[in-house]
Design a protein around this ligand. Structure first.
Ligand SMILES: *Cc1c(COP(=O)(O)O)cnc(C)c1O
Length: 407
């Protein structure tokens, strides 16, 4: 690893500035024009004062902007802001959340390595491991998210990574990050936590021992459903030593414009996520009492199997994503979804617009029925990514379809 001379300036902030301040202020100092809101740097390359400086910068001996596949001011602003919120030394932006997972696996795994992964992670993550990385000789085992004994039993001498998402989507299963971090570290492996559902506004996985935090910026970080983006937050050694060099050849970099959108989104992250999480809990309680609903999954509910753990890990908040199971199956679920007048029928969450999804036929549609059953995603399940609309309008939207199912 080359040691890069750190030359990029820092924003002048008090050393004890708190997360809400960092979310708004961390990044890069303003340019020569003194703009208050970050400018957008749509430039593919950067100019050097002389050939020798260009050579040093290309050799990564001194930090500077060179080419936007390697780095760009907007991407750096987003990375510094997210690292500050996650409490990690460093961060690297990627083209999407899946781009972040791809970069992670390409950088840290080789043929013959083993990955231990929760069975309930994002469908595309399972596909990537089980399909694509298996072709390159990386083995993976999928275990029950909440069964620590299964994780322990599945550890192998060649296990390099433990991968988990907490809470999971759409089941909202919560795992004990500290327990999995201890298990990983005892075996010389790393724990990766996909923190999409909580965002750092509610949960900072490194506080509980996680080594790498993965994000889809597409979700709460942007927060208004505009762009695809992703990131890996980790130590300087991992980011500068492993991820950045690979990014230079892999090219799954975050576009400057998308980085700008996500960086601006992070300024309102904590107020949005808290408000959305409160609405989600109110809706979850209301759904629990509805006769057409068999079960509601939200970590903020006392009935949630890992409620106490979730409250400890997630700053006392359940998050803005809930799922519920209607009595019946696909037909009943579709009729509830089709009665919506406010919520968007789409496959996303983390947006200020509430989004309703039928996971079995969309986000988890590429899995086989057997895999879906194993993951616990039935045809009657509906996911709601709760936004910022008036909660009474959201209740009315759900009631329109649900009331019709009551005999
Ligand atoms: C959306 C999502 C991803 C993938 O992110 P993209 O930006 O869509 O590539 C990964 N994990 C979770 C939990 C997600 O919700």
């Amino acid at each position: 690893m080359t040691t890069t001379k750190k030359l990029l300036p820092r924003v002048a902030l008090p050393p004890d500035a708190r997360p809400d301040t960092l979310a708004v202020r961390e990044g890069l100092p303003a340019s020569a024009w003194g703009e208050n809101s970050e400018a957008i740097f749509l430039t593919s390359c950067f100019v050097h004062p002389d050939a020798a400086t260009a050579a040093r910068r290309f050799a990564n001996e001194e930090e500077a902007f060179v080419y936007s596949r390697f780095s760009n001011p907007n991407v750096t602003i987003m990375e510094r802001r997210l690292a500050a919120l996650e409490g990690t030394e460093a961060c690297i932006g990627t083209s999407s959340g899946m781009g972040a997972i791809l970069l992670l696996m390409l950088a840290l795994l080789k043929s013959g390595d083993h990955v231990l992964c929760s069975r309930s992670v994002f469908g595309a993550t399972i596909k990537l491991l089980q399909g694509d990385f298996a072709r390159f000789g990386v083995e993976s085992t999928f275990v029950a998210q909440t069964e620590l004994a299964e994780w322990k039993a599945a550890m192998r001498p060649n296990t390099r990574l433990l991968f988990v998402e907490t809470p999971t989507n759409p089941l909202t299963e919560v795992c004990d990050i500290q327990a999995l971090a201890d298990l990983a570290h005892d075996a010389g492996a790393l724990l990766v936590v996909d923190n999409c559902l909580c965002s750092p506004a509610l949960q900072q996985p490194v506080k509980f021992g996680a080594d790498i935090v993965m994000h889809s910026g597409t979700k709460f970080l942007d927060g208004q459903g505009r762009v695809n983006a992703g990131a890996l937050c980790a130590s300087e050694a991992l980011v500068a030593g492993q991820f950045v060099p690979l990014m230079r050849s892999a090219g799954i970099n975050l576009s400057p414009f998308n980085a700008w959108v996500v960086a601006k989104g992070m300024e309102t992250l904590s107020v949005r996520v808290r408000a959305q999480s409160e609405r989600a809990l109110e809706l979850a309680r209301w759904l629990e009492s509805h006769p057409a609903v068999a079960r509601v999954l939200h970590p903020g509910l006392a009935s949630h199997p890992q409620h106490e753990l979730a409250m400890r890990q997630q700053n006392g908040q359940g998050g803005a994503v809930l799922s519920f199971i209607v009595k019946g199956g696909r037909q009943e679920a579709f009729s509830v979804i089709d009665a919506m007048q406010v919520c968007s029928i789409a496959a996303n969450f983390g947006d200020v617009r509430s989004i309703i999804t039928h996971p079995a036929s969309t986000t988890h549609g590429r899995l086989t029925e057997e895999q879906r059953q194993a993951a616990g995603i039935g045809q009657g399940m509906i996911r709601l990514g709760v936004g910022l609309e008036d909660v009474e309008d959201l209740k009315a939207d759900l009631a329109r379809g649900l009331d019709r199912l009551v005999p």
